[in-house]
Design a protein around this ligand. Structure first.
Ligand code: ATP
Length: 232
């Protein structure tokens, strides 16, 4: 596949910190629009820290990162919600509000990101639920859904604003293998329609079955399968 234009992520000489400790050193890489990239590495190797830095949940102290058109070394606090609107962020534990039904969970994010027109919200809700293969769950409460269905709702919620990049931190970690594969296929479909995906995973079966570019966090560095000679 060929990619054109500005990359969706460009990282130059960046180091990732947790408090005063360097977790990853001197990262240099780019992710193109529409790419699908795995992020792997042992527990504690820095995957989540890197992802959190990308969506500005951890401050960037060294180097530069441009993501979805934002230079995060200079980003102002009030710009962070604008950046996050361009990203879909998905975690391992499903993070739905337990006291609201599926529709309200998704409307909550819509309202928080500036949607006001009720008819448009309703039609977008139906669209995103269809995209993740869930037709008729909008009035159900999260506890009435299986783990896999809940994770699909989370993915639908992440798609509301048509993100140019989905960041997923072990999105299939709590699911059994068959359900994981179904969720993963949903990611493939989303990627096919042009959204870049950066997915942290420990699921080597998935990587073996669907080989793609892989970034590996190891001994404080990121090793890029697309550029294996240099330390990323
Ligand atoms: N909130 C925090 N405060 C201080 N140190 C942290 C914090 N979160 C993580 N760390 C440390 O940063 C390092 C990297 O952790 P991180 O969570 O990024 O790893 P990971 O590769 O995502 O691990 P896992 O696969 O278990 O999710 C670890 O040494 C961890 O102990």
């Amino acid at each position: 596949m060929t990619f054109s234009g500005e990359p969706i992520v460009r990282i130059v000489d960046a180091s990732i910190f947790q408090e005063d400790t360097t977790v990853l050193n001197n990262i240099n890489l780019k992710i193109d629009k529409g790419e699908f990239v795995y992020l792997v590495g042992r527990t504690g190797s820095g995957k989540s820290s890197l992802l959190k830095t990308l969506y500005c949940d951890l401050p960037l102290h060294m180097g530069s990162i441009r993501i979805a058109g934002f230079d995060i070394e200079n980003i102002k606090r009030n710009q962070i919600p604008l950046l996050r609107r361009k990203l879909g962020i998905i975690f391992q534990d499903f993070q739905l509000l337990p006291d609201r039904n599926v529709a309200e969970n998704i409307y909550f994010v819509m309202r928080a990101t500036g949607w006001t027109d009720k008819a448009k919200m309703k039609s977008r809700l139906a669209e995103v639920l269809m995209r993740v293969g869930l037709g008729s769950v909008s009035s159900k409460m999260p506890h009435q859904l299986s783990g896999g269905e809940q994770q699909r709702v989370v993915i639908a919620r992440a798609l509301v604003n048509e993100p140019s990049l989905l960041i997923a931190d072990e999105p299939t970690g709590n699911l059994d293998p068959e359900v994981s594969e179904g969720i993963f296929k949903t990611f493939l479909e989303i990627n096919k329609s042009g959204t870049a995906i950066l997915m942290a995973t420990h699921d080597f079966k998935l990587i073996e079955n669907y080989p793609k570019r892989t970034l590996k966090c190891e001994k404080g560095f990121v090793i890029d399968s697309a550029n294996p000679v240099e330390k990323a």
